[in-house]
Unconditional design. Structure first.
Length: 296
């Protein structure tokens, strides 16, 4: 697929009450764009239409507007040579384990999408030239990311995420004893946000009082939701220097947050797909180390 074929992607704006610019709306809402930077490029190239007219970044949207994106906008493939374990793959989608430290996509070379540039293409008529991410996790977060291999699967998976029909699970190690928390309901940037919390284990720690291994299930998908929610409860995720706000944490070992589960009904085969990772060995080792140090 390329822009010369004039492939068109349509989207009907829903639920816009306050004034919102097309540049702020498209990246988060239209799967093929995926980011604000990609949206800006598409606007500059005249590839985004509002009700059939070429859009400008300053244009405002209203409920019911029809947005059209012309072409996939997928840039020339630049293979990034890094090993990415595959957790699940079929002719429509692929789920992989993103290493910590690289972005899912964006205007950079070291991305997950570039690392998967030579993935075998789908045999479907609407095959994408390379897998395109259907959601994102933070650069320092490791774990499962799902990418679409066809245009139709990209749109369908985006719909499933929007309708909260894809269940996500994470593992995290946090400061303190978080056994009293089962759900966090705290708005983020004025928007309703909710996270379910399940304690797996907690151990005493000389430095942090306690250290807890948690299973987290976000019910909403706000940016940095898990990191913000846990920090707001006094349970900073270990190694999260961005939200430490002066707190002492373990630096140089990365962020102890892992996207460990995706569960959904496949939009084409209609079979249930459940992909889960074990608690990372790195997480288990640090819990064991803290307990041993405390007991010395």
């Amino acid at each position: 697929m390329n822009n010369n074929r004039k492939e068109k992607w349509t989207h009907i704006v829903e639920g816009v009450i306050d004034r919102i610019r097309v540049s702020d709306y498209c990246g988060p809402k239209i799967a093929i764009l995926g980011s604000k930077s990609a949206t800006k490029k598409a606007l500059s190239a005249g590839r985004i239409l509002i009700n059939g007219m070429v859009a400008k970044s300053a244009d405002f949207l209203k409920n019911g507007d029809q947005l059209t994106v012309i072409g996939s906008g997928i840039s020339k493939i630049k293979k990034y040579d890094i090993e990415v374990p595959i957790a699940y793959e079929d002719d429509y989608l692929i789920i992989v384990q993103k290493p910590a430290g690289i972005a899912v996509n964006g205007n950079r070379y070291k991305t997950l999408e570039n690392a998967l540039a030579d993935t075998e293409k789908s045999t479907q008529k609407d095959a994408l030239p390379r897998p395109v991410a259907t959601h994102r996790i933070d650069v320092p977060t490791r774990g499962l990311v799902m990418l679409a291999k066809t245009k139709s699967s990209l749109m369908e998976l985006a719909r499933l995420f929007k309708e909260k029909k894809i269940r996500k699970k994470y593992y995290a190690i946090v400061h303190g004893d978080a056994s009293a928390i089962s759900k966090i309901d705290e708005p983020i940037s004025g928007k309703a946000s909710a996270t379910l919390v399940r304690m797996i284990s907690t151990v005493p720690s000389r430095v942090f009082g306690h250290m807890s291994l948690l299973e987290l299930s976000p019910l909403t998908g706000r940016t940095h939701q898990l990191r913000i929610h846990l920090q707001s409860c006094g349970h900073l995720i270990l190694g999260d220097k961005e939200y430490a706000a002066g707190q002492k944490t373990i630096l140089g070992k990365g962020l102890f947050l892992c996207a460990a589960g995706l569960s959904f009904t496949h939009p084409f085969t209609k079979k249930h797909v459940n992909v889960e990772l074990d608690v990372p060995g790195k997480f288990a080792r640090i819990i064991k180390r803290e307990k041993e140090r405390y007991n010395r």
